[in-house]
Write a protein of this length. Structure first.
Length: 247
């Protein structure tokens, strides 16, 4: 039987709490965001659905506006899809927007950039548990800003990534800054694309400078090595949020 050609392409903007999921991407033995949404859509469309995301988020990482698309043979209105998904999905996953887009649109390859932010809190707060990294030791905010400046001007960020093979190693790092209100520290990063663990390693090494565990010179040496095994400090996943994807 000849497979029917896709006729429709839908773009989803999705927010989720990643605490109870093993990341975005389907895993054989773990529950993931992609799996839950695909299985829900398959009940609506009565056909096999494959979601393509702007990028995968790791286990425990959250998203304010992840973007994914899927193609179908049959048609449903964006409003029908929106209502059905938000009625049927678990409460820790929400669909913010549904749009029908050209068949050429691909959430991953059409993306022009992304913004992530990482949250650290410095005073005990049960309402931030699971949504930030609690650090009770004193952090030198000035030194942390200097560390971000070193990272901002680095020629390569390979040392601040997970070891592996990347098709695009060069990162167009557009923004990297820190905000601090006396309790919560947020480190925000905007770039063309991201290497695996990149934001969490940026934060991990910045925190170590802020704690006085490594110097700015040592951070420079780690970056100059262009070796992921040299960048050993990685922030826990629960403080990381995918904020926005740009098209």
């Amino acid at each position: 039987m000849k497979k029917e050609k896709y006729k429709h392409n839908y773009k989803l903007t999705i927010s989720y709490i990643g605490t109870h999921y093993y990341g975005w991407q389907r895993q054989p033995k773990h529950i993931t965001i992609q799996q839950v949404i695909e299985e829900t859509l398959e009940k609506l469309f009565n056909e096999k659905i494959r979601l393509i995301a702007s990028g995968r988020t790791d286990a425990g990482v959250h998203a304010l506006a992840q973007v994914a698309n899927f193609k179908t043979v049959s048609y449903r209105t964006p409003q029908e899809i929106y209502k059905y998904l938000n009625a049927m999905l678990p409460r820790d996953i929400a669909i913010k927007k549904v749009e029908e887009v050209p068949l050429s649109f691909n959430a991953r390859f059409s993306a022009k950039g992304k913004t992530y932010f990482y949250r650290i809190y410095t005073r005990p707060d049960p309402f931030l548990y699971g949504f930030g990294w609690y650090i009770s030791k004193r952090l030198d905010i000035l030194k942390m800003n200097e560390a971000l400046d070193v990272i901002r001007h680095a020629k390569s960020l390979i040392s601040l990534s997970k070891k592996g093979t990347y098709t695009r190693e060069h990162i167009d790092l557009r923004e990297l800054f820190l905000k601090y209100d006396g309790n919560i520290i947020e480190i925000e990063v905007t770039a063309s694309h991201f290497l695996r663990y990149m934001v969490r390693k940026i934060v991990g090494h910045t925190v170590q400078v802020g704690l006085g565990s490594i110097s700015l010179k040592e951070l420079e040496e780690i970056l100059e090595a262009k070796d992921p095994t040299k960048g050993i400090y990685i922030a826990p996943p629960q403080g990381l949020f995918l904020k926005e994807v740009y098209y």
